[in-house]
Ligand binder design. Structure first.
Ligand code: GLN
Length: 236
């Protein structure tokens, strides 16, 4: 079966190209019934409000929620992360419908606007452990969100220091870390909860395919997920 890529808006072509580079077919998903033809789904980056409007228009939300709840592997990148979070705050976060399922609070556009887009070497020990290669991943952040809080079943795969210009506008969730020196404040930028993988950055825009191969391994585990999805991800 092909891997589905939600193709309403955003960087779906780039994900399909990244999958092709590692010999995997990516199928564009635009209609609810197309989900039955795939056993894993990537929700790309883009603009989550627009994507949500289009998903609503195509009546995709019930089928998307069913897909996630069935324990099938789903990976959200950037706007896709926002789509999967149980709670979204920050700029223009009111009103729109998302899929949910990932037990976390995401702050939209946490790092700022397009002008504050950046690249950074992230330490991702799990990626190196599972997929080999360097200990760090060169991550591309574009109007990127960040996860401020995550539930007990969430495995943090990578975090990132809060930029100093963001310390003055910290949200309450981050303010609670005030007992720690501000310089230690960190936000989560890659996480996994059972069948759900989420990254605040765009691995499909780089030539390092390790996040895609990591996700494809989750797909192989997919058939076991339904029974284990509520168990700790550290077992997975
Ligand atoms: N900030 C965007 C949003 O809220 C996401 C940016 C991205 O996907 N590159 O939808």
């Amino acid at each position: 079966m092909a891997v589905g890529v939600l193709a309403l808006q955003g960087s779906f072509n780039e994900h399909i190209a990244a999958l092709r580079r590692i010999g995997v077919e990516g199928l564009e998903i635009r209609k609810p019934e197309q989900l039955s033809g795939v056993d894993a789904l990537i929700i790309p980056g883009g603009e989550s409000t627009t994507m949500a409007k289009l998903a609503n228009y195509h009546n995709l939300f019930p089928a998307l929620r069913e897909f996630v709840n069935a324990g099938k592997p789903v990976w959200g990148t950037c706007a896709g992360l926002i789509f999967l979070a149980n709670k979204a705050i920050g700029q223009k976060s009111g009103g729109q419908e998302f899929i949910g399922g990932l037990d976390c609070t995401v702050h939209r556009n946490f790092f700022g606007s397009q002008l504050q887009s950046f690249e950074a070497n992230l330490a991702v020990p799990k990626l190196a452990q599972n997929e080999g290669g360097p200990d760090t991943f060169r991550a591309v952040f574009i109007r990127a969100p960040a996860v401020l809080e995550a539930g007990p079943d969430v495995e943090v795969l990578a975090d990132y220091p809060v930029p100093s210009d963001k310390l003055s506008s910290l949200t309450p969730a981050v303010e609670r870390k005030e007992e720690n020196p501000a310089a230690d404040a960190k936000v989560i930028v890659a996480l996994r909860q059972g069948n759900i993988l989420a990254t605040a950055f765009h691995p499909e825009l780089t030539s390092d395919a390790r996040w895609h191969t990591f996700f494809l391994k989750m797909r192989k585990e997919g058939s076991h997920e339904k029974s284990s999805k509520n168990t700790s991800t550290s077992e997975l």
